[in-house]
Write a protein that binds this ligand. Structure first.
Ligand code: HEC
Length: 476
């Protein structure tokens, strides 16, 4: 009796969860989740392991004509349903990859529901082996495909493709303002929630026609009139406003991007307008040109994260380490001249060598060991080793610095033998070399080979004074 009651209780649970899941899948675009519920979604990546393993065991036992323990099947089905539901919540919160997510969601939902059907069939002791086997085979297939789409959702579509360099295509010369600029901005920051699979606010942003048709309101975009356009109103709201787009927590548009949308609407929201059709004085021209300029920080975006605590721990009275900009993992390092300077102050930075893009060691008693350290900083762009005792022998170590743009080596004993090192530094743009043992001929030869290189060999007293003055150490 008690056993029966217990079983029934589980039956109701399976039934209830199945219904709930079905409801979520069908009414997905009408669902707005409270934050706490969204949090449940975070459990999805953990939960997912249970149903995969358990259902595969069940299916395996079934296909081998072994008896499947009831408790095992029950547990598999319950975890499958919970995983699908949590996954649904996660998808709501995290809406990138529309199409992939769509498939993952429906396959996963079908998988959990099929498992529930299996549970029900076992419950009524349905006994058609062929049918059961077919169900088990389909279940295994669904596990494989759901997992595959899930992997693509989390790791990107070409996760299993061979590694190739992937870059966002550049904006072409004379771009079409809608296709090449506006649509890209929307693709990047809006389409994840406004696409056929996820039509939030009833608004589609996958084509200009859709955008002009509007969503819940008709005035989403009013050509010629940004003030009346709902889209612009929402972009200008404070971030914490419920109606701000994109919603809080998503990457907002830059001011520049908002202005582009605004001007484009002012000019009639056309899809045939090109930048060359515009007067040079039209503000949109500058706005787009600005957008086309490569972001100076982008090249450092792939650096691994370095924690503030790490930077603080490595800093001391004589070593300052600063990020080159907030939120960027590239750092500049300044070593101050002190009587207690030791090599260890520098080598202790080995763990962040990759992050160092600027380094100032002016005036320090450095030698080969320090040069080895500099050479081990693959991203170094700016190096100051002026007023140090280094010679041609140690200079040779630096020839591996392929990204170095600026080098200060004035007031050092280096001579003509360092010229080939400088020639080898492909990225070098500026070099300061006064008061060295370099001959005029050698310098002339260097300039000839690298006409674009700015060489300061310092005949100009005033300039020299200003450089030493602005340096981190006092002139001695
Ligand atoms: C995280 C999901 C999400 C993202 C990303 C997102 N939106 Fe929305 N959007 C919604 C939801 C949900 C609604 C419906 C609720 C509401 O009206 O606030 C909505 C509604 C809208 C509406 C009103 C509907 C209408 O008929 O005009 C506009 C306009 C809009 N979004 C524009 C944008 C723009 C522009 C972006 C990109 C900058 C964007 N959205 C990005 C979720 C999103």
């Amino acid at each position: 009796m008690t056993k029966n009651f217990k079983n029934r209780w589980v039956d109701y649970l399976v039934f209830g969860l199945s219904l709930f899941l079905l409801f979520c899948l069908i009414f997905e675009s009408y669902i707005e989740l409270p934050r706490l519920v969204a949090w449940v979604g975070r459990w999805h990546p953990l939960l997912i392991h249970f149903p995969i393993v358990l259902l595969l065991i069940c299916a395996f036992l079934g296909l081998m004509n072994k008896k499947i323990p009831k408790v095992l099947l029950t547990f598999s089905v319950l975890t499958a349903l919970l995983t699908a539901i949590s996954g649904f919540f996660l998808g709501q919160e995290n809406s990138a990859n529309g199409e992939l997510l769509f498939w993952h969601q429906w396959l996963g939902g079908a998988l959990a529901l099929l498992a529930a059907v299996w549970y029900w069939l076992e419950g009524i002791q349905f006994d058609k082996p062929i049918f059961n086997k077919a169900l088990q085979v389909i279940l295994v297939g669904l596990i494989i495909f759901t997992g595959h789409y899930g992997g693509m959702v989390t790791h990107g579509e070409d996760f299993l493709a061979l590694p190739i360099e992937k870059r966002e295509a550049e904006i072409p010369e004379n771009p079409l303002i809608y296709d090449d600029v506006v649509a890209r901005i929307l693709d990047k920051k809006c389409v994840s929630c406004h696409n056929p699979n996820k039509k939030k606010g009833e608004l589609l942003m996958t084509s200009l026609d859709n955008l002009l048709a509007g969503g819940e309101v008709r005035n989403t975009v009013v050509p010629g009139n940004p003030q009346e356009s709902e889209i612009i109103r929402r972009l200008h709201l404070p971030f914490e406003d419920e109606e701000h787009m994109p919603p809080e927590g998503k990457q907002p548009l830059d001011p520049n991007e908002i202005q582009i949308l605004e001007r484009w609407i002012s000019l009639g929201a056309s899809d045939t307008l090109r930048i060359q059709h515009l007067e040079p004085s039209e503000p949109l021209v500058d706005l787009i040109n600005e957008l086309m300029m490569p972001d100076p920080m982008e090249k450092w975006a792939k650096l691994p994260i370095v924690a503030d605590s790490t930077l603080r721990r490595l800093s001391s009275d004589y070593v300052t380490i600063r990020r080159v900009a907030a939120g960027i993992n590239a750092v500049s390092v300044n070593l101050y001249k002190s009587p207690t300077y030791r090599l260890a102050q520098l080598t202790s930075l080995q763990s962040i060598a990759e992050h160092i893009v600027q380094l100032d060691a002016s005036g320090l008693p450095i030698g080969q060991e320090e040069m080895n350290f500099f050479a081990s900083c693959p991203n170094l762009e700016w190096l100051e080793i002026d007023q140090t005792p280094i010679t041609d022998v140690e200079m040779d170590t630096l020839k591996v610095l392929s990204k170095l743009k600026m080098l200060k080596v004035y007031n050092t004993p280096i001579g003509d033998q360092s010229i080939p090192v400088l020639k080898k530094m492909e990225a070098l743009k500026q070099v300061y070399l006064w008061n060295t043992a370099m001959s005029v001929d050698a310098l002339r030869d260097l300039q000839k080979e690298k006409p674009a290189l700015f060489i300061d060999s310092g005949i100009d007293e005033e300039l020299q004074a200003s450089f030493v003055g602005s340096d981190s150490i006092p002139k001695n």
